[in-house]
Design a protein around this ligand. Structure first.
Ligand SMILES: [Zn+2]
Length: 277
């Protein structure tokens, strides 16, 4: 079998009910236990990529990621309909506390945040009942915690709920419309600059909004400009393991609620990731 690891993703904002299938926070906690029980090792994205590149990657490695950057990535939250929620980071701390001192796990989540403060404010009003879930005052503390890193999910996600995005014709709701140098500068460079200022650390990874990438950003812009911007890889959402054949600027990953939905599904997904050529 070719060396490989899997990248898994959740959205901490997705809290609909207090049960696995409808609550990414609960699913994340149970999935951590499943990974451990099945002999998988949690590693930070940087370590998994370094291990793959150097030929020293252990078998059965899982990398944890979260998209959109809601406050529930990091802080406890009193949800208006579902009540108190433990964050992804809190669940990771709890998981870490159960581990023996010689555990191979390095509990960590890469959190891909929308950079633009005005876009986050607008999304909070339009889509999230002004719950104040898209703040960024926790980013620096999150980075300092060592258990979560703030990475880039673009400037404004070219989000369909915004009045106006950086896309040249204001065509929104699909990140494939970001396909000129000016748009890439606005979505990628501007996001990294803001996140570095606000979070005290420059993002090393970029996750394409909606998992979508134009040929231009994937094949030209990021390969040419990414390294100078401090970026080492970009993540999409094709459901397959990462191998040495993977495109560094379009790494695949699995998404909760799309690629696994119920307790038990993750075990099948992991077995399938091992069985692929
Ligand atoms: Zn997103």
């Amino acid at each position: 079998m070719k060396p490989r690891f899997v990248i898994l993703s959740w959205h901490s904002i997705r809290v609909l009910e207090n049960r696995y299938a409808d609550n990414d926070l609960i699913a994340f906690g149970e999935d951590l236990a499943t990974l451990d029980a099945l002999g998988w090792t949690v590693l930070p994205l940087s370590e998994a990529l370094a291990g793959l590149a150097s030929g020293n990657l252990p078998e059965k490695v899982a990398v944890l990621t979260a998209d959109d950057g809601s406050i529930m990535d990091f802080e406890a939250f009193d949800h208006p309909t579902c009540g108190p929620q433990k964050s992804l980071a809190q669940r990771l701390y709890e998981f870490r506390e159960t581990l023996p001192t010689d555990s191979a796990h390095r509990p960590h989540v890469s959190a891909f945040a929308i950079a633009s403060p005005t876009a986050r404010d607008e999304l909070d009003r339009t889509d999230y009942m002004s719950l104040n879930v898209w703040r960024d005052d926790w980013w620096a503390e999150a980075n300092a915690s060592g258990i979560i890193s703030i990475e880039s999910h673009s400037w404004d996600h070219n989000h369909g709920s915004l009045e106006r995005t950086v896309q040249r014709d204001n065509r929104r709701g699909d990140f494939r419309f970001i396909e000129t140098e000016a748009e890439c500068r606005a979505e990628v460079d501007q996001a990294s600059d803001y996140i570095e200022r606000r979070a005290g650390r420059r993002p090393r990874y970029f996750a394409y909004p909606y998992g979508q990438a134009s040929d231009y950003i994937r094949q030209e812009y990021l390969p040419r400009h990414g390294p100078a911007l401090g970026l080492e890889a970009a993540l999409a959402c094709d459901p397959e393991p990462v191998t040495t054949d993977s495109d560094r600027w379009h790494l695949p990953r699995y998404m909760f609620a799309r690629d696994w939905q119920q307790p038990g599904d993750l075990e099948k997904l992991l077995a399938d990731s091992q069985a692929r050529a």
